[in-house]
Design a protein around this ligand. Structure first.
Ligand SMILES: Cc1cc2nc3c(=O)[nH]c(=O)nc-3n(C[C@H](O)[C@H](O)[C@H](O)COP(=O)(O)OP(=O)(O)OC[C@H]3O[C@@H](n4cnc5c(N)ncnc54)[C@H](O)[C@@H]3O)c2cc1C
Length: 415
């Protein structure tokens, strides 16, 4: 079994479906194949709302079959490796697939083994994660009776870097509603040295942290979880500092600092999928080694990558994919017609909708240089400073963005 496609896309997530749909809509003559093993496609940005009990998990997914555009050949299989010199991708069951142009959009995977004890702990009891089981998060938050609520994240890059903080702010707000806040200490421990890389957003978030009286511990590198004793163990970075100190139980042992918790929310460590990491396509950190402005592979000019798997020094989000996908297509079409990519440049645009409580949100939009770059279209929604919390931004997150995702982005329409 083998087949050939002019453009072969690996992955039917946000990036793969956007690329395939836009190609199908605007370049019907191009023969497109898409390798994707999953039956379902999830709208991941709403996981944080599910974890706060304000979005229905069952409304988050659509069948993959309903999203793969008619005319695109669905190869329902796992890609297993690359032979870029032969323009070939190997698969688990469908043999070798050849291509003229390849788009690698296989996303990110969770590697629990990078934090000792995490595999045993995650999604059980009081240890939860919006990344892996947002329904469990809501159960843990709903049933929290007070004590130390610890929110944390790993030292690896993670998709939607703001998501661990969204869980923090939403849970804290819920503890006020449920009446347990006065019996609780809410702690955020992160390996970073600042709350957010974009200045006006960092200012807003530090105000939120003070308003909510959250204890923030910077420079904390998560290395181990002891689920039996309910201790999260950290190595100290050289950027350790603390904000809103609280007297909570801390144990120090073998050079590590252990925070005792009564509930723990965390993002698991994340890497590119193994078949990508083990290929000749990656940089030293294991991400697909593309030019950060053209998204073209640095060594193989007929390979492109976008989304979470690509080595792009910006936040890994669906919002970033929205800006990357049209460029990948323009560059492929330009290569086909003119033998060279366009002179358009991706500037690292990404965005993170930071929900800070029920009905409250600030919208971080930024580029490679962490400049705050708000969409001028927000003014039409009467939002004049999106770095500040606003209820209209919450409405955007909860209602408008899911609608635009399913009906525009996934259909290859302009948004
Ligand atoms: C908790 C959470 C909150 C988030 N919040 C936001 C937000 O508010 N805003 C925002 O913009 N983004 C948010 N994101 C991030 C966003 O969902 C991702 O950045 C986006 O989905 C990336 O698209 P992608 O196509 O690269 O990866 P994905 O959408 O994850 O898709 C990857 C696809 O590749 C497939 N695949 C994997 N391995 C193989 C293989 N071997 N062969 C073939 N196919 C394979 C997978 O099955 C999957 O369908 C959030 C994510 C999470 C988890």
């Amino acid at each position: 079994m083998s087949s050939h496609h002019q453009v072969l896309v690996i992955g039917g997530g946000t990036a793969g479906i956007m690329v395939a749909s836009q190609l199908q809509r605007n370049h019907k003559n191009i023969n497109v194949g898409l390798i994707e093993p999953a039956d379902k496609h999830y709208y991941q940005p709403a996981y944080t709302l599910v974890g706060a009990g304000t979005y229905d998990f069952d409304k988050l997914s659509r069948s993959m079959a309903s999203l793969i555009p008619k005319g695109v050949t669905w190869i329902k299989d796992f890609a297993t490796g690359f032979k870029p010199e032969d323009n070939t991708v190997t698969t688990k069951n469908s043999g070798d697939i050849t291509y003229d142009y390849l788009v690698v959009a296989a996303g990110i995977v969770y590697d629990h083994t990078l934090v000792e004890g995490l595999s045993e702990a995650i999604d059980k009891g009081v240890v939860c994660s919006n990344y892996t089981d947002s329904k469990h998060v809501w159960n843990v938050v709903k049933n929290f009776k007070g004590g130390v609520a610890l929110f944390t994240q790993p030292t690896t890059p993670i998709k939607c870097g703001g998501a661990p903080q969204k869980a923090l702010y939403m849970s804290e707000d819920y503890f006020r509603k449920s009446g347990v806040r006065k019996d609780s200490t809410v702690v955020f421990a992160t390996n970073g040295g600042v709350i957010f890389g974009v200045k006006p957003i960092a200012e807003t978030l530090m105000n939120v942290i003070d308003r909510k009286d959250i204890n923030v511990k910077f420079g904390h590198q998560l290395v181990k979880i002891d689920a039996d004793k309910k201790i999260a163990w950290y190595k100290m970075g050289d950027n350790v500092s603390e904000h809103n100190h609280k007297d909570i139980k801390i144990t120090e042992e073998n050079g590590l600092v252990g925070i005792h918790y009564d509930m723990l929310h965390l993002a698991p460590p994340q890497t590119a999928p193994k078949f990508i990491q083990n290929s000749s396509l990656v940089n030293a950190e294991g991400w697909v080694d593309v030019d950060i402005h053209t998204l073209q592979h640095k060594k193989y000019s007929n390979i492109f990558s976008l989304g979470d798997a690509a080595a792009l020094p910006t936040a890994k989000t669906g919002a970033a994919v929205r800006k990357q996908a049209p460029l990948v297509i323009d560059n492929i079409v330009s290569l086909m017609n003119n033998n060279t990519v366009t002179n358009k440049k991706y500037n690292g645009y990404s965005s993170c909708p930071l929900v800070t409580g029920y009905g409250k949100m600030a919208l971080a939009e930024f580029d490679y240089d962490n400049n705050f770059t708000p969409d001028p279209g927000l003014k039409l929604m009467l939002i004049f400073d999106s770095s500040k919390e606003h209820w209209r931004l919450w409405m955007l997150k909860k209602y408008m963005l899911p609608y635009l995702y399913w009906n525009k982005m996934m259909r290859g329409k302009e948004v």
